[in-house]
Every structure is written in structure tokens, then in C-alpha cells.
Design a protein around this ligand. Structure first.
Ligand SMILES: Cc1ncc(COP(=O)(O)O)c(C=O)c1O
Length: 438
């Protein structure tokens, strides 16, 4: 099936109990056992079924199957947020200590997780000088547990060379973990290019309406944990915390996600609520259509800004002269992301005047909403980084990040035009007056 169809039907036909064709919200914590033996069989994983919603829930399970299907993965775990998904993925691969070798262009909170928070738990982030596979390869050693990148960096907009990064990771016997939040599976399916594990914030394009937090870990099922047991003993050795279970032995190809669920979700509980799963499923039904319009509007906004003398620079990988343009063709089917960055004339102050004058475009820190959104990363999402870390992540003081929404393009451009006027004149009220007179 194609994206549009999976997004509507993937992982669900009808409710087995009621024949409802919309996914029911199983707002339920626990599930009855037929007998002591039945309960024991469920706990021993000898029988399929639900026990307790911290481990799995029928509504969340539909979301998991749908997201896995959209990615061409073998299984998925849905959790409370994108950050929880990243935390679980990193911990799952490196919880006996080790390092994660990463590209430098990361979402600010993920950088903080790898640079500051996980090191307190014995897992260190190592940041390469660039997203080139050679630069990452140079940092891999015997303690490396994964190579990590964002398929499209937020906000840098770089497009990672997934095939090359997978090749360098696999040469060293480690998996490639890809955060595919900005691309969504509509623009890219990293598993098809060699990624082993995909992490996504469902809060963004997948949900698409700025209403619901959620995250997912998707297992490509290809990494051979048992063959690499010296580096990853936790997947094949008996797990004392789960009555001696071997994850590769019991779950085979889905060992990674199964261990995330059995160890991390079960014991630390960043559970996705059934209602949230339902809301995200509603959003996902239209994700393919929405992303099409996001891409179209993003291209129009990028072209408009680049033509405009009030704008100093625009970073948009869809431009033929962008260094990652060939990767846009290879990895995104020629469809550049609607997340773009630019700097207006007048530096930091001009940028702030522009930002303050926006009327339709919302000032906030989110991306992938149906609404157009603008953010000033240096003062918000990336403010915990040093100036040089910010530069490495592609963040400069004047940079404005736009997540171009799916409103009518003429209305988006009109708002940008009035805000650019305001930035030029220094009078942030100019735009308001102009809109009022329309
Ligand atoms: C690339 C990327 N990954 C992960 C996240 C975290 O997702 P969440 O906000 O759902 O925790 C974000 C949030 O902006 C993001 O942009």
C-alpha cells in the first residue's frame, strides 16, 4: 500500500469487539485474565494479549502498527513525546555505558540530552565536526553504541546522507539511529536507505495540528544484535530483570523495540495516553496530503524570500544551488522540507522587529503544525548551547526559523511582506495598520 492508504488503514480494519471502523479509544488501565494460568501465560509472553496499559494498550497499538507500516519497519513503540522516544532509544542501545556518535546539527533539546543529561548516566554524546560520514567514522571506537543523525536537521535544514552514515556505522558493527521528525515518513523512510532504528516526534507533522504530544521508536528489524553480542550483550543474554528472557531469542527481528517496551516503558513509564494516540491517528490520516501542501507552500515562501531585497539570506535545501540539493533528490524525492531559515536585513534587531510584527504566522516553538509558525532559536530552543555549539547546529543570532503551514499561500506571503516592512522601517505597528485597512 502507498502512504495515503497506510495513513488511513494501516494497522486497523475494524474493532474486533464492536466492528467500529473508527479506532476506539480504549481508555483503560488493566485487562481481565481468564484464570491464573492465563495471567501467567500473558506475563510469560507465551500468549498475545493486554495486561496493563503501561506496557501496551489497544488504541496505542493501532498507532504503533500504523507508524511502523508507514516507515516499512517491523514494529514500533509509541511513547509520550519525541524526547521520551529519543531517551529510550539511546538508553536501550547503550545502557551498559558507551558513546553515541552524532552529527552536530541537532534539535537543541536532543543536543542537551546527549551532551549533558545522558553523560550523568554513563552514556556520552560525541559530536562530529560535520554531518559527513568520514567525520562521524573518525569518532567511532570500541565503546560506540550507535551513530545518530536527524534526517533533516532542525533548524539547520541539512539533509543527512543516510546511506553513507549507515555504511560507516555498519562497517564498525553499530546501528544507525535516525530522528526523522522533520521529514516524516511521507518525505523519507530512512529504513529503506539503511537506517536501523527510526525515532520520530509525532507531535509535529504526523499529528499535524499542534494539539498532541507523542513520539515513536520504529524498528527496522535488520540490525543483527546477536551477531554483535560482544558490543550489545543486553539483547541476547538472559535478562535478569525479566525472568531470564533473551530479547533476540524471543522476539527475533523486533528485539530492539520489544526491549524498549519491556525494560524502559515498563519500568520508567513514559506512556502515551490512549486519547493522545487517537488524536495522533486522526492527524496521521491526512499527513500525506498535508505534507504535499507544506512542501508546495515552503517552496513558494523560500522563492519569495530569496527574491526580496529586505532579506539577507535564505537557507532552503530546495534551491538548486544548496549544498544538499542532490540529497533532496535522492532522499526526499525532490521535495524539500517546509522548515526553512532566513535572516532579514538589519541583523539581530531587524530579525526581532520582523518577528514581533508577524500577525498570521504564530511566534512559538513548534514545527509541523497546519499553521505557519516562526521561532527565534538562539533565544529559545537552542539557548542552552554555547555560541560555538549553536554555530555547529546551524543557529546564528539573527536566524528566524519558519515552519510553513498549509494556509493559502497568498495569506502567508502577505503576512511575511508586512512583517518585512516593519523590520525595515523599525515600526512594528506598520503591519498591524496595514492589515486593519484591508
Ligand atoms: C527533530 C526533533 N526531534 C525531537 C523533538 C522532540 O519532540 P517532542 O517535542 O515531541 O518531545 C523535536 C521537537 O521539536 C524535534 O524538532
Amino acid at each position: 500500500m502507498r502512504n495515503e492508504t497506510i495513513a488511513i488503514h494501516g494497522g486497523f480494519d475494524q474493532d474486533p469487539a464492536t466492528k467500529a471502523v473508527a479506532v476506539p479509544i480504549y481508555q483503560n488501565v488493566a485487562y481481565a485474565f481468564d484464570s491464573a494460568d492465563h495471567g501467567a501465560a500473558l506475563f510469560n509472553l507465551e500468549e498475545d494479549g493486554y495486561r496493563y496499559s503501561r506496557i501496551s494498550n489497544p488504541t496505542v497499538a493501532v498507532l504503533e502498527r500504523r507508524v511502523a507500516a508507514l516507515h516499512g519497519g517491523v514494529a514500533a513503540l509509541a511513547v509520550a513525546s519525541g524526547q521520551a522516544a529519543l531517551h529510550y532509544a539511546f538508553a536501550n542501545v547503550a545502557d551498559r555505558g558507551g558513546n553515541i556518535v552524532s552529527v552536530p546539527q541537532l534539535y537543541g533539546t536532543t543536543h542537551t540530552l546527549l551532551a549533558h543529561v545522558l553523560p550523568r548516566q554513563g552514556i556520552t554524546g560525541r559530536f562530529a565536526a560535520s554531518d559527513r560520514a568520514d567525520d562521524l567514522g573518525a569518532l567511532i571506537d570500541g565503546d560506540t553504541r550507535a551513530v545518530f543523525c536527524e534526517s533533516i536537521g532542525n533548524p539547520a535544514g541539512n539533509v543527512a546522507d543516510i546511506a553513507e552514515l549507515a555504511a560507516v556505522a555498519h562497517r564498525h558493527g553499530v546501528p544507525l539511529i535516525v530522528d526523522n521528525t522533520v521529514a516524516s515518513p511521507i518525505l523519507q523512510k530512512p529504513i529503506a536507505f539503511g537506517a536501523d532504528i527510526v525515532v520520530e516526534s509525532l507531535t509535529k507533522f504526523m499529528g499535524g495540528h499542534g494539539t498532541t504530544m507523542g513520539g515513536a521508536i520504529i524498528d527496522g528489524g535488520q540490525f543483527d544484535w546477536a551477531a554483535n553480542a560482544a558490543r550489545f550483550p543486553a539483547f541476547s543474554e538472559p535478562d535478569a530483570s525479566y525472568h531470564g528472557l533473551s530479547y533476540t531469542g524471543h522476539f527475533g527481528q523486533t528485539a530492539f523495540v520489544a526491549r524498549c517496551r519491556s525494560v524502559y516503558q515498563r519500568t520508567t513509564g513514559a506512556v502515551l495516553a490512549p486519547l493522545s494516540a487517537f488524536m495522533l491517528l486522526q492527524g496521521i490520516e491526512t499527513v500525506a496530503l498535508r505534507v504535499e501542501r507544506h512542501v508546495e507552500n515552503g517552496a513558494a515562501v523560500a522563492a519569495y524570500l530569496r527574491r526580496d531585497p529586505r532579506v539577507e539570506w535564505v537557507n532552503y535545501a530546495g534551491f538548486p544551488d544548496h549544498p544538499d540539493h542532490a540529497r533532496v533528490q535522492k532522499y526526499l524525492g525532490g521535495r524539500a522540507s517546509s522548515l526553512l531559515t532566513f535572516g532579514v536585513r538589519g541583523g539581530l534587531e531587524g530579525g526581532k522587529r520582523f518577528y514581533d510584527a508577524l500577525r498570521l504566522v504564530k511566534r512559538l516553538v513548534n514545527i509541523g503544525d497546519a499553521k505557519s509558525l516562526a521561532c527565534h532559536p538562539a533565544s529559545t530552543t537552542h539557548r542552552q548551547m554555547t555560541a560555538s555549539e549553536q554555530r555547529g547546529a546551524g543557529v546564528t543570532p539573527e536566524l528566524i526559523r519558519l515552519s510553513v503551514g498549509i494556509e493559502h499561500i497568498a495569506d502567508i506571503l502577505a503576512d511575511l511582506d508586512q512583517a518585512l516592512d516593519a523590520a525595515e522601517s523599525g515600526r512594528a505597528d506598520l503591519g498591524a495598520r496595514r492589515l486593519a485597512s484591508e
